[in-house]
Design a protein around this ligand. Sequence first.
Ligand code: M6R
Length: 604
Amino acid sequence: MCGIVGYIGNKNTKEILLSGLKELEYRGYDSAGIAVLQNDNFQSYKAIGKLVNLEEKTKNFITDNFAIGIGHTRWATHGKPTELNAHPHTGESSYVVHNGIIENYAKLKKELIADGVRFLSQTDTEVIVHQFEKNLKSTSTAFDAFSKTIKKLEGTYAILLVTKSEKESIFFAKHGSPMLVGTNSENEKYFASSDAPLIGQCNDVNYFEDGDYGYVNIDELTIFDINGEKKEPIFTKLSQNKLSAQKDGFRFFMEKEIYEQGDVIADTLMGRLNDKEIIFDELDDSLFDGINEIKLCACGTSYHSALSATYLFERYAKIKTSVEIASEFRYRKPIMSKDTLFVVISQSGETADTLETLKMAKKVGLKTLVICNVDNSSMVRLADTCILTRAGVEKGVASTKAFATQVTIFWMMSLYIAQRRDSLGTKEISRQISLIRAIPTSVKVKDSLHERIKRLSKRYLHGHGFFFIGRDIFFPLALEGALKLKEISYLHAEGYPSGEMKHGPIALADPELFTIALLPQHLLYEKSKSNVEELSARDSTICAISALEFDKADDFIKISSHQDYMLEFFEMMVVVQLLSLEISVRLGNDVDMPRNLAKSVTVE
Ligand code: M6R
């Protein structure tokens, strides 16, 4: 994910910017850059890859007196990870860095091009600096030009802009992407997109609110609100603990990662859909030529997301799809036929068993595709084609946002294939796309929901086991819910198809057997309900998750009412993640680093 830093002061600006960017490294990025205005001169450096490349490029650049500077780590969305696309972006005499997405950039770009502006990058960000310089020609001050620019932008942003027209200020604006400013007794000003770069540099920080914009210079910090009214900064003390800063105020990385699912899914979608179609620029048009079957292979959580794909692919794309656990597939001498597209799914791209199955598929000449979160990982390098999930760095061992983005990709892929195979009408594809756009909202954690789950969790700390049950695509979600609970609570949990309980497991039913029932309103509701009633009749303790009240449940977690079962899927996913988290917290376990587990399993 992108990161922003900024600095005004007399210290070594270059070092401050680079070390600030280093603090943001953990968020993941593919290029970085800085721009510094010193002695009336701008110097800007950019490099693709890791920060060491930028450090190498700037090694002879010295900043030893008053300067203003901005820096950025970019995680590519609009345009490939190239040096030209890296921030800061420049016009004739100004530089800008930006996190977020300028949704109306195409329109603004068109207007600017018509005015004769030449664009160097493929990014949405570059419009900001050109729009600013255009406005400069018709306004009396540089800040007026900046304010006018901000008013034209639609979308989300955290922006820092520096310009020769106002040599001692940094202009800033925030809407939807986080940013804060800190100051200290030496009157220095530091900006960043999260706390970590400011720790040790300033004690007092102001977190900008959506709609805030303004400027800083060495003597003042001036903020305007969304209505253009001047407002006072609200300084709070910055915790000096780096690790907790990276957690952005959350207790655990897993919790933070659950909460950021809406944002990362928005990144997953970015540039990949319009009102009528799904676009995967990374896929060659001929990928599905001659393909009659899709085989998915993965481990753990990624296996569960792959299972969800079997429902979506067969239902929407009408293509035969099967899924295998990688460690099983490796040794069972599987039949692999050339009309099969072989797809591996992995958060890390390094899981040994999954990697091995990819090698097997390549060896027999199958077309291969990897759905992965880590660019340049072993699987990404090996597969013919790759779709990156864009979940950002996932630190919690128990995977959450990686799963969410994988399922999002699979839903999109099912429509992408449907487009090619004409298996869904254009109207239905458009309808589904509008549902996909609603995923980020459906996974937003509501305080009331989290509070309810926190309270309920105390009733689920004992018992002789948990069954998470669901039908259809809610079965993989049940498996995933059970895996989450096992991993971090160390309680025994199983995921089961609701309709299968009566074929054996129902023998376990008693008050000490906890059933977590997934009851979507829009998919097989009556059938699933009957299965839960069977368990309730045998006195199992039932916790039902549904949009519809269910009086046979001992506990009930109400989700919002959605238009479609897939949106119910995503909200229920958040519920089962939070339930595991809160049970684990109550049991006093290490949520982020559960016993016996590793984030990336590179051994068989
Ligand atoms: O990196 P991968 O997605 O290939 O990892 C696969 C599993 O090891 C992983 O999903 C594991 O099950 C997680 N701990 C689940 O939370």
